[in-house]
Design a protein around this ligand. Structure first.
Ligand code: SAH
Ligand code: F3S
Length: 450
């Protein structure tokens, strides 16, 4: 039996794609190798969103080719995902040791390509063409044997049509294409039948789900219709999604939080900058005022909602004043946490050619300054949980201290506590005793004692 090892870079979409490819290959008779050192096939599922993600994957591939292949000359090496898509055959030319390049619309054909390679029919394959219907091919999940599956990602759409000027995703993931509600509900039902309690819906811009394929019904966007349909599935207890776009965050979605108890009180809404001038140059399609009003509305509906965001520092032409606007937005929005990125020039994107590209030191300094602010606000928000009782879905042993368990609150905060392994996969109430850096510590034992 041949074995495969997939290493994933980047976002949850990539994690999900890797899982689906792994499950497809298992169905084809492969086993999942415990490490790259013993695999017959190693695939790197790549990210292109920032340059360092690409460099990491290329470095890894060179290392695999030089080191691991020495001991295993028949090892098959491949790239999949966003960098595979954007660089295509160029990767075969630049890296003579690479056997396979699988684009983002060809994941489901990985098994075929590997067959061709192993049978000697073809060698050095790069397949990156568009394929209609590919949005509905990411649906296989690994069985329980690969680990507990009480929480699952479900891909609902592919691609993005927003073309933010800094972003490479529309080029690597293609145009927006959505699966049908029935198809997604079927997948979620199957997962629920296997004991899955929490579903995270995935897409680059989920608020645009079904825009072309499905109409608005009684004031509900297709995405909200999908949430309603999944909410009806027995066994599913928590629903999350990532990422929405502020532009599509309509009242129907805000109101869904009040109407649908399974919809977790948490929202990751990328804002990118607090400067209206830059929002326009980024082609984001909203203003800071509109963004803040969305958050305000969400907090009216769900006062305890956890709100996180993505921010880019050092977009071309970002002045001190623009950056101050981002700082002030962060203070006004009171994010629970934020991912901050230094702007990275991406090939063929409009921002890469804009004047006013900033020096690395300026980006670095702004990143540090913003990080301090995010940490300061986060610490206050996390401390507010001390003494409170929260319901968590227990995920498994804590990474830092495997003797403890970790779980997540509805508002997506990590809670570490002492508990028995039998609680894994269960919803349980814990009392928060302490707050650390973006982590809460709890104790189920003292519940009801005070
Ligand atoms: N639609 C996806 C975006 C994927 S990229 C989503 O909303 O999750 C994830 C984040 O990476 C973006 O929100 C942005 O903050 C950041 N990013 C994208 N392109 C970037 C670039 N060229 N340089 C730095 N950060 C970038
Ligand atoms: Fe990228 Fe903007 Fe779409 S950040 S994924 S182009 S919404």
């Amino acid at each position: 039996m041949r074995s495969v090892y997939i290493k994933t870079y980047g976002c949850q979409m990539n994690e999900r794609d890797s899982e689906a490819v792994a499950a497809q290959l298992v169905a084809d008779g492969y086993s999942i190798a415990p490490s790259e050192l013993v695999a017959d096939v190693v695939l790197l599922n790549t990210c292109s969103v920032r340059d360092n993600a690409e460099q990491k994957a290329i470095g890894k591939m060179q290392n695999l080719a030089a080191e691991v292949r020495k001991a295993r000359p028949n090892l098959v090496l491949g790239f999949m995902g966003c960098m595979a898509q954007s660089r295509g055959k160029e990767l075969l030319d630049d890296l003579p040791q690479v056997d396979l390049v699988v684009g983002t619309q060809k994941f489901h054909r990985t098994g075929e390509y590997l067959n061709d390679i192993f049978s000697g029919k073809r060698s050095r394959i790069a397949e990156v063409a568009e394929e209609s219907g590919s949005e509905a091919t990411i649906k296989e999940h690994l069985s329980d044997a690969a680990g507990p599956s009480f929480s699952a990602f479900v891909s609902i759409m592919q691609g993005c049509n927003q073309y933010c000027t800094f972003c490479i995703v529309p080029y690597t993931r293609g145009a927006e294409r959505s699966r049908s509600i029935d198809d997604i509900v079927d997948e979620c039902r199957t997962l629920a039948g296997r004991g899955v309690k929490e579903i995270t819906l995935l897409g680059q811009i989920v608020t645009s789900y079904g825009k072309r394929e499905i109409g608005v019904k009684s004031g509900h966007s297709p995405f909200v219709q999908l949430l309603d349909a999944i909410h009806d599935i027995d066994g599913i207890q928590r629903i999350r999604f990532t990422s929405p776009h502020p532009k599509g965050y309509g009242d129907d979605l805000a109101e869904a939080y009040a109407r649908l108890p399974k919809l977790c009180a948490s929202a990751h809404i990328p804002v990118q900058t607090g400067s209206n001038r830059l929002l326009k140059l980024m082609h984001r399609g909203y203003t800071r005022e509109r963004f803040l009003s969305i958050i305000q509305k969400l907090r009216e509906v769900k006062p305890d909602i956890g709100v996180t965001t993505d921010i880019i520092v050092g977009f071309p032409g970002e002045s001190e004043m623009d950056f101050e606007e981002t700082l002030s937005l962060v203070r006004e929005a009171q994010f629970d946490n934020a991912f901050i990125f230094k702007y990275s020039q991406r090939r063929d994107t409009p921002a890469a050619a804009m004047s006013g590209q900033l020096a690395e030191e300026v980006k670095e300094k702004r990143l540090d300054q913003l990080l301090q602010e995010i940490n300061r606000i986060g610490a206050i928000k996390y401390e507010r949980f001390i003494g409170k009782q929260v319901r968590i879905l227990v995920e498994g042993p804590s990474r830092r201290n495997p003797a403890r368990l970790t779980g997540r609150t509805e508002c997506n905060k990590i809670v570490v506590f002492e508990g028995a392994p039998r609680h894994v996969g269960e919803l349980m109430d814990v009392k928060i005793t302490r707050a650390g850096s973006f982590t809460l510590y709890g104790d189920p034992a003292i519940l009801g004692v005070d």
